[in-house]
Design a protein around this ligand. Sequence first.
Ligand code: NCD
Ligand code: ZN
Length: 360
Amino acid sequence: MAAVTPARIRLTRPDDWHLHLRDGAVLHSVVLDSAQQFGRAIVMPNLKPPVLTTEDARAYRERILAALLQASEQAGAQVPAFDPLMTLYLTDRTSPDEIRRARDSGFVYGVKLYPAGATTHSDAGVTDLLGQCQATLAAMQDCGMPLLVHGEVTDPAVDVFDREAVFIERVMQPLRRAFPELKVVFEHLTTADGAAYVTQAEGPIAATLTPQHLLYNRNALFKGGLRPHWYCLPVLKRETHRLALLEAATSGNPRFFLGTDSAPHPRGAKEQDCGCAGCYTARHAMALYATAFESVGRLDRLEAFASLNGPAFYGLAPNSGTLTLERVANPIPQELPLGDDVIVPLAAGESLAWRIEAAA
Ligand code: NCD
Ligand code: ZN
């Protein structure tokens, strides 16, 4: 373990390999939070309606870049260099031709599998992956297009806390037996079972880890009362799982890398009788990860996790810039503006030990 905690750490500029930017006024409010820290982000396609085609992705990418320009101007800030890496939303009807168009576009970097009904805006998702999507998965395998997986079964008979482990058996293993060369990212891993699977599996597989699953266990959902801003999917798990994820993230294994799953919902959409899943972490993302890595004396492994492992898996070069974090108290505000509304960030009211000093 590293003995002394440094006062500042400088990293190769990191990337966020799993991000929800939304659209319209929300996009405009959140885009700078990510772009000021990350050089690139894999942008999730679960808009309403979803991003189904390469053409949809091209138009969405332009809206993101336009929002970034406008938000930077309004903030009087320099426009950060930020490349949105787009994804398509896999459905039972996504065609192999669409996959080839996506690959040829040069701006689509993955295709997202949402099992139908698994999470926010997933009703258009896949009902039977190996039954319905064979030819499409074959095209993805052929052209090196990664499949980004929300790894939870939706079977109502399976306990919510077991859905990731059951997914490995029922879907992940058969999928990877059928398509052993398909690049797969097991998104927002939440269990020791998932971490063990990704560590041991053969072939091109990796996983993203969120700040909330590295920092908190499911007690956070119930501490002093029901706390909707700690609710995301896959839901926080028990402490043994958190420890296994933290071990995976800080192990130096290149299969594990940063993906915040920052998922903005206005305060009212979370604080209601059936509140939405999703934690807003974009603003404090690198400070949250630094806090997690410091908790096990492994700040020396943060750069590989945040800045090197992801690009290596996606076949890209690391970013050329840097990001400097300094060890200064960083209180998380109770709320932030979100269009005409407000959003409550993860861990609102708590204080982190790290903040961003400079990006270059
Ligand atoms: C995400 C969202 O709100 O779009 N919510 C979440 O809890 N993570 C969807 C997702 O990634 O599952
Ligand atoms: Zn997500």
